[in-house]
Design a protein around this ligand. Structure first.
Ligand SMILES: Nc1ncnc2c1ncn2[C@@H]1O[C@H](COP(=O)(O)OP(=O)(O)OP(=O)(O)O)[C@@H](O)[C@H]1O
Ligand SMILES: [Mg+2]
Length: 583
């Protein structure tokens, strides 16, 4: 379990660290000073003991000498008297208390108190107790008296206290000063920890912009440098992740992540849009929710492949939406690996909705069929027209010619016999001629023979000339650019028919004064027709294509040739037809 450490914990931790280190140093100092004090006191005690004992011994030897001398010189008087006198003269002896008693126990003499450091305050009791040496009592019984000499260390203790007092004072001052110095120094050295803790806490809370300043201490400087570098790379990683997440969220493809049990753990906005499930509804559900029975096996095999480390690219299949509709998708899978262990932990799956593409493909196919069908019809019509023209020419033409010949014969024969018959026969000849001309013009309309012989450009020029002759008041301007001689027959006839229909419309409906026909074969191999008139134009919305077939026919022809058709017209602003066809 991860323990979350808050900033104030760290702050307390630093404080504790400082206090702890300080306490440790204090303890070491204390041990040092105590052991030093102890050693000094022990030495003093030993020296006091020795001093007191030797002083006692010397005193005893001196008094023994007095006792012996007194006994050898009885004229000096009783020993205790001699002793008393001697002691009174002797006065205070250092480190010894001397008492002289009568045999009855009456105190005859007690040595006076020492005058040494008489005004000094007495040393503390503990000091006195700890330095006090073992008491030595020497007793001598003399005639009529008893001499007792006891050790008295107070003078030595006082002397030692006078010296030790300074030591204790210096030690205490030194101890306090040292402690204060250590406390301040620790505070100074540990100061960089504060911003460090702050930065680490911020980073722990997800603020990857937290950085450390430069520190003077080399160790802290290295830590700060590495920490900042870590921050930079973390920030870069986070930005990269955010970018990837944004891409995953905003891409038009459905992005789905599955775990090893095929359960959905990520579902982007496009997935929701395509399949209709919100993340709340689908997260944690099985991937099989999106498949029909028919595709379950395929999906199972896909997962097996992915879990063995393989990729699957753009497989076209079907999935089911929330509303039960089936959607065509192109699906890709990639294994998802743990960044540390590199073990496969699931997969990333992207799905593209290709229903529209499929519909477009189908309609393209239909269009192509229509185009072929129209072409077939057009070519049948052209065949029919050609055979009709031939029939007209061969059959009717023969009959008309025969009529003309018969009528001429009748006219010739009737010249002398009956001028009336001759006149009638001439009328028949003239009618036959008219029929013949009319028939020829129909044949021309049905099948412009020059298309086969002279090519598209010349045929159009020829036709335009004919129109110009018929409609003298109209200015027809024709411009042809590029070599149109090698265009195929289908294209030729279709372009010719379109110009024919456009011309018919302009003549019939436009009341135009001028007509421009531009036919250009451009460098990209497209044949472009720009047919315009300056007539009254039309309201395109009102053109009923269920009753009028001219414009519709033009469109169908262009569609069958895989070209583009555009009709631009406004009331009183003329009409323009723009066509572009690949050759
Ligand atoms: N150049 C033009 N100027 C003005 N109106 C035009 C022009 N071309 C066509 N129209 C209008 O568009 C209508 C449709 O033309 P469309 O060629 O389809 O049929 P139509 O000429 O009336 O009959 P048809 O089927 O014999 O061609 C015409 O009836 C006419 O009103
Ligand atoms: Mg028409």
């Amino acid at each position: 379990m991860v323990k979350v450490i808050h900033y104030y914990d760290y702050y307390q931790y630093i404080m504790n660290l400082r206090v702890r280190l300080n306490l440790l140093i204090t303890a070491i100092l204390l041990i040092f000073f105590v052991s030093m004090g102890y050693t000094i006191m022990k030495g003093s005690k030993e020296s006091i003991q020795e001093g007191v004992e030797s002083a006692n011994r010397v005193t005893m030897q001196l008094l023994d000498t007095v006792i012996i001398s007194s006994s050898q010189n009885p004229e000096w008087g009783y020993t205790h008297d001699v002793l008393k006198r001697f002691l009174e003269e002797l006065g205070h002896v250092r480190s010894s208390n001397i008492y002289l008693y009568t045999l009855q126990g009456e105190l005859l003499y007690a040595s006076p108190l020492s005058k040494y450091r008489i005004n000094d305050p007495p040393p503390p009791k503990w000091f006195e107790t700890s330095l006090a040496p073992k008491e030595v009592i020497d007793t001598r019984t003399v005639r009529f008296g008893k001499l007792i000499v006891k050790t008295n260390p107070i003078g030595a203790i006082k002397e030692s206290w006078a010296k030790m007092k300074h030591f204790f004072l210096i030690t205490c001052v030194f101890f306090v000063l040292l402690n204060m110095l250590v406390y301040w120094m620790l505070g100074f050295w540990l100061r960089p920890l504060e911003p460090m803790v702050e930065a680490i806490t911020k980073m722990g809370e997800g603020d990857f912009e937290a950085r450390l300043p430069d520190f003077n201490l080399p160790e802290f400087a290295v830590i700060a440098k590495n920490f900042n570098r870590m921050g930079d790379s973390l920030q870069a990683k986070v930005r990269e992740n955010q970018r990837l997440a944004l891409i995953a969220q905003q891409t038009a493809d459905a992005i789905v992540i599955h775990d090893l049990q095929s359960k959905i753990s990520f579902w982007n906005a496009s997935a929701e849009k395509i399949f209709g499930y919100s993340p709340k509804e689908i997260l944690g559900k099985s991937a099989y929710v999106l498949t029909t029975k028919v595709h379950e096996n395929e999906l199972r095999k896909s997962f097996q492949l992915i879990h063995s480390g393989k990729n699957i690219h753009n497989v076209e299949t079907q999935r089911t939406k929330k509303n039960g509709e089936v959607v065509d998708v192109a699906i890709s899978f990639s294994p998802l690996k743990d960044p540390i262990t590199h073990e496969i932990i699931g997969d990333i799956c992207s799905m593209r909705d290709i229903s529209e593409k499929k519909i477009a493909e189908e309609s393209k196919l239909k269009l192509e069929e229509n185009r072929k069908f129209t072409q077939l019809i057009q070519s049948h019509i052209e065949d029919e027209r050609r055979s009709l023209a031939r029939e007209l020419h061969d059959e009717l033409g023969q009959y008309v010619s025969a009529i003309k010949i018969f009528a001429s014969n009748i006219s010739n024969k009737a010249k002398k016999l009956s001028p009336e018959i001759e006149k009638n026969a001439d009328s028949v000849i003239s009618a036959a001629n008219q029929i013949y001309d009319g028939m020829h013009s129909i044949i021309k309309q049905l099948r412009p023979g020059s298309l086969d012989n002279l090519g598209l450009a010349e045929t159009i020029k020829d036709t335009v000339n004919t129109w110009q002759k018929q409609y003298e008041h109209l200015k027809i301007h024709l411009l042809i650019k590029g070599d149109l001689n090698h265009l195929n027959e289908t294209l030729n006839i279709n372009i010719y028919r379109i110009i024919q229909e456009a011309m018919n419309n302009a003549l019939k409906h436009s009341k135009a004064k001028a007509i421009n026909i531009n036919l250009v074969l451009n460098k990209k191999g497209f044949l472009e027709l720009n047919f315009s008139d300056d007539g009254q134009g039309m309201d395109l919305k009102k053109v009923d294509q269920t009753k009028n077939f001219g414009i519709l026919g033009m469109q169908e022809r262009i569609q069958s040739l895989n070209g583009s058709f555009e009709l631009i017209s406004k009331k009183n602003q003329g009409t323009q037809i723009l066509i572009s066809v690949p050759t």
